[in-house]
Design a protein around this ligand. Structure first.
Ligand code: NAD
Length: 359
């Protein structure tokens, strides 16, 4: 199979980690008989420097022609970089919001998995960590509180700020379908996280999910209020398989889940639309503090490539091979962020090479 991949290398450590992920993609391509064509797409600070815009319309048009997009990370030091003196819609992150909107990427998938080899980095009690966990958080990405009408006004001499939280049944249904479909390929359990005791929009989420669940008789659907879910994630994370939730709840819970996984340099993510096209990226940022030093952990981006193979390119065998190689490499080899006594300490490129060698 021949596939066209857009590469958004971005800023900071972005190019360093994307280069390693491409190396790994080439290695699985060679093993399973796939070829990949790559085209660089400018987004973020590098695009501002080159074009004055964080993402041009031309770049969006190129992205739309691809089978999948691999993104490093964008942005700079928000205190010192001149990019952050620009108006908000001209800053690096505006490129990210634009591409999500233009490609209709409404479903954000964030797996959180505790590698047995990284248990010591897990901040949870040993008795909880030793049981391990393996969950997929599905966050609605293009609706809800972050996209509703907002304004600030003066009311009777006092300043009042208003944010609105809107969801339509269709918006809920399309991410719910993705959630159930993914659960069918995993342990067949979906947890809807909401605040249905308070919010009307949450009650619509519940009704819609319950209705849809009739089409997935094999999947167990249960419900949790968001405050309870935040507690359960640290008390008993093993109970979760697929969590489906709204934009703001998913934003917060997926960060909590990444924290209990031990290292920000290990976690991948995918953002999908209703076609096969998706954008794949590590959850970490551009880490300007370590950019250019050759010490960034490329595994999150390498695992993003595995997600790309699984969800956009239907190549689960190649995805499994990458995930297995990452699990194996961790037994002996670590970048400085996850290094422990007795392990071989390696650079970004050496880690990429080590994963390739195991593939
Ligand atoms: P960050 O994730 O870049 O870094 C947080 C800490 O984790 C830093 O100490 C960094 O060195 C470390 N770290 C991150 N990734 C690592 C890796 N792969 N290997 C080893 N260590 C790693 O978060 P930040 O410092 O808050 O943000 C920096 C910039 O990234 C900001 O401009 C922010 O807006 C941007 N950002 C972009 C994205 C994205 O592109 N989707 C996501 C998050 C943050």
């Amino acid at each position: 199979m021949n596939m066209n991949i857009g590469l958004i290398k971005g800023d900071g450590i972005g190019p360093e980690v994307v280069n390693e992920a491409v190396k790994v993609l080439e290695a699985v391509g060679k093993k399973y008989g796939h070829t990949f064509q790559y085209e660089d797409i400018l987004m973020g600070g590098c695009s501002i420097d080159a074009t004055g815009e964080p993402l041009t319309d031309e770049a969006v048009a190129v992205a739309k022609t691809k089978d999948a997009i691999l993104q490093g990370s964008i942005g700079g030091n928000t205190q010192t970089s001149p990019w952050y003196k620009l108006p908000p819609n001209k800053r690096p992150e505006a490129g990210l919001l634009k591409i999500r909107k233009e490609l209709g990427l409404f479903a954000n998938l964030r797996p959180a998995y505790l590698y047995p080899e990284l248990k010591e980095a897990c901040p949870l009690k040993e008795s909880v960590a030793e049981k391990g966990f393996d969950m997929m958080i599905m966050r609605e990405l293009t609706g809800g509180l972050y996209f509703g009408e907002r304004y600030t006004k003066e009311v009777e001499g006092k300043t009042v700020a208003v944010d609105t939280l809107v969801y339509s049944e269709d918006e809920i249904r399309r991410i719910a379908i993705k959630g159930f479909d993914i659960a069918m390929k995993r342990r067949k359990k979906v947890t809807l996280v909401d605040k249905a005791n308070v919010l009307d929009s949450s009650r619509l989420w519940r009704e819609t999910m319950i209705r849809l669940s009739k089409e997935y008789p094999e999947v167990e659907l249960n419900h949790l209020y968001v405050d309870n879910c935040a507690m359960q994630l640290v008390r008993n994370p093993k109970q979760f398989d697929v969590i489906v939730t709204s934009n703001i709840f998913g934003d917060i819970l997926s960060d909590e889940a990444s924290m209990i996984s031990g290292s920000i340099g290990m976690l991948a993510s995918a953002s999908l639309n209703s076609t096969k096209l998706g954008m794949y990226e590590p959850i970490h940022g551009s880490a300007p503090d370590i950019a250019g030093q050759g010490i960034a952990n490329p595994l999150a981006t390498i695992l993003s490539v595995a997600m790309m193979l699984r969800y956009s390119l239907d190549e689960s065998q190649a995805a499994d091979a990458i995930e297995a190689a990452v699990a194996e490499v961790l037994k002996t080899t670590r970048t400085p962020d996850i290094w422990t006594e007795g392990m071989k300490k390696v650079s970004t490129t050496e880690m990429g090479d080590a994963v390739c060698a195991l593939i």
